[in-house]
Design a protein around this ligand. Structure first.
Ligand code: ZN
Length: 630
């Protein structure tokens, strides 16, 4: 392969380039020539056309204005209404990151204000949205990136060299091979290992938080897997059963990239740090520490939906909306320049919800589809969103009338935020009294992330968020619970209200603490909001178990469940009907379909129904099955 950086420099006017390097799959060229920086006379566009790669021109650090002076100038140029907050200079990469409450106003018509910034200060400006609700995790992640900008620059350059320096493993033949290392015929620890003659890629690396020791983690001891050879990790979304083990790989010495969307990066870091905290609290040795979560963050490369990017010499990645949680994505992999194309759905919702648009069904090419099967069995038909919302309202009204509270164990992300949107709407419409919604601990932090990335939400919520007084997440009825003392106060003193708390399956976390104190009171309602894994307390209660025993300082303590138990389960996953519809509508039609991420019978049922109805080759692989696709 040609040395692409040398070729780029050769094609530009002599002497204008001071440095050329990679930022992952992008090429960045620095110049000391101020005139060329401001007007490259179409030269950069020519390069983009020639190489079919993104090429960015930046001023050489030696010609950028001193940061202190540049900051003053930038604040002069951008209008007050844009709400400019922190301005951070990434000196190694000649970028200035401007945090604004209203990014649109800071950018100006057709980017006019950004052009002014470039011309006045000789920095490349990037505008980032300030979340209307402060988010410690977003601030922490941004801080980590800025503090380590030199390392980050080197890491991105190294990643680019791996992509463009040519084949390192020798191209002998064309083949594509998948190993299912977890989440096959089971829910939890999702993990697929993709190999080609040149590439070694992990798609999702989850942990099963409910599993027993040997089944908790993906089978990374599979003979074909070697961490030292791993080129990239690709993540569909932030849930722990898809991304929970990633920091552990850094602990074990991995230093390569993790590809995901920005909300996925932020939410997974939050969930992982929460697990570290819980394990510490329980006196257990944590699987990894916050230092390794930080290492992971430093190695993430965030992509937008439908942004095509090379990740190894023979694999090209694109994310598409999967409709499941904020930033959740289907993974499209184009292998060997179109020789074979895989779509992995991750977790999928094929219907518009209160928060998100439905999963995408149009792909440029696809031969193999790997699809989730959480609700893959014939009888896994769920209520429509309208029916479910109506059911939820009745449940809340009934509980409020008894003077009780509704406890909703929820997964970190998704359902709690949706409940906020539903209740806020009903309160505004006068259909529900103004009762508070308490978001416990992490749920509040995740809600803040939802407000930071409105572009990943559906059109109607996005519109609401842009109007401060209509932003459902900033409504006065939404309240944060941070401490044990506050929890106690809500249980003992607060009137009717809705309490959302993790974990969603009552296997630890504050939801269990609320449950213990509320379950023996008939006034209250326990409303499950998500799938309840086998062996979880949630599943046992759902199955009607009434006597629940917990260990308390070494002694068993038994509670009798008296509270009403119900479920308002709709949102996060496609039900059987949607899964069937998805294959009916997906374009192009795959030649092979693998079902995973479901209990044994559900994976098998969905695979056989797909075969019968759509006449495609299907399979429900088991953990450790390996299949050659081509
Ligand atoms: Zn999920």
């Amino acid at each position: 392969m040609v040395d692409i950086l040398k070729e780029v420099v050769k094609l530009l006017p002599e002497g204008v380039v001071s440095e050329a390097g990679f930022e992952a799959a992008n090429i960045v060229v620095y110049t000391k020539d101020k005139d060329f920086f401001l007007d490259n006379r179409g030269e950069i566009r020519k390069l983009v056309e020639e190489f079919k790669k993104r090429v960015e021109l930046r001023p050489d650090p030696s010609i950028t204005m001193k940061p202190e002076l540049a900051e003053v100038k930038i604040r002069e140029i951008l209008p007050k209404e844009a709400g400019v907050q922190d301005i951070v200079f990434d000196e190694k990469r000649s970028r200035v990151i401007i945090h604004a409450e209203k990014p649109g106003l800071a950018i100006g018509k057709q980017g006019a204000l950004l052009k002014d910034v470039r011309r006045e200060v000789f920095w490349v400006p990037t505008i980032r949205r300030m979340p209307p609700i402060r988010s410690k995790i977003i601030e922490g992640i941004r801080g980590t990136m800025y503090q380590n900008s030199e390392y980050r620059k080197k890491f991105l350059d190294r990643t680019g060299h791996r992509i463009y320096d040519g084949w390192i493993r020798g191209k002998k033949s064309e083949w594509v091979r998948l190993s299912f290392l977890g989440g096959a015929r089971q829910v939890g620890r999702s993990c697929i290992f993709l190999q080609t003659p040149e590439s070694r890629i992990l798609i999702d690396v989850g942990i099963d938080v409910t599993g027993t020791d040997s089944e908790q983690y993906p089978a990374l001891d599979a003979p074909e897997f070697d961490l030292k050879q791993l080129d990239a990790i690709v993540l569909s979304h932030a849930h722990m059963d898809h991304a929970g083990l990633v920091p552990y790989l850094y602990k074990m010495g991995y230093t390569g990239p993790v590809y995901c969307t920005t909300p996925t990066r932020d939410i997974m870091a939050l969930l992982q740090l929460d697990m570290v905290k819980i394990q510490h609290g329980e006196g257990r040795e944590p699987l990894y520490t916050s230092e390794e979560v930080k290492q992971m963050v430093l190695h993430t490369i965030c992509l937008e939906w439908e942004e095509v990017t090379d990740i190894t010499p023979d694999v090209r990645l694109t994310f598409y909306n999967s409709g499941h949680i904020l930033g959740s994505s289907m993974v499209h992999l184009n292998i060997g320049n179109g020789m074979h194309n895989i779509v992995y759905t991750g977790d999928l919702k094929y219907a518009r919800t209160n928060l998100l648009e439905a999963a995408v069904t149009q792909f440029p090419r696809m031969e193999t589809l790997i699809i989730e099967s959480t609700y893959g069995a014939r009888d896994n038909i769920m209520a429509s969103p309208q029916e479910s919302d109506a059911h939820f309202v009745e449940l809340v009204e009934r509980t409020v009338a008894r003077g009780g509270k509704v406890l909703m164990p929820t997964l970190g992300s998704g359902r709690a935020q949706e409940i906020v949107v539903i209740i806020d709407r009903l309160v505004r419409e006068g259909r529900l009294p103004k009762i508070p919604i308490y978001l416990d601990g992490m749920l509040w932090d995740i809600t803040a992330i939802y407000t930071a990335y409105p572009e990943y939400l559906n059109r109607s919520v996005r519109k609401l968020i842009f109007h401060k007084d209509q932003n459902p997440f900033m409504s006065e009825i939404v309240k944060r619970v941070g401490s044990q003392k506050e929890r106690q106060k809500i249980i003992e003193e607060e009137g009717p209200c809705i309490i959302c708390a993790t974990s969603g399956m009552l296997n630890g976390g504050p939801s269990v603490e609320y449950f213990k104190q509320m379950c023996e009171n008939k006034k209250h309602t326990l409303a499950f909001s998500s799938y309840q894994g086998e062996q979880t307390l949630g599943r046992r209660i759902q199955n009607g178990e009434k006597e629940i025993t917990f260990m308390s300082s070494g002694k068993p303590q038994t509670y009798t469940v008296q509270m009403e138990v119900d479920r308002v389960e709709v949102s996060a996953h496609a039900d059987r009907r949607e899964l069937m519809n998805f294959l009916a509508h997906v374009q192009p039609k795959p030649k092979k379909v693998f079902t995973m991420h479901g209990e044994v019978s559900r994976c098998i049922d969905l695979a056989s129904s797909y075969h019968k109805v759509y006449h495609v080759e299907t399979m429900a692989p088991r953990v450790l099955d390996a299949i050659r696709l081509r």
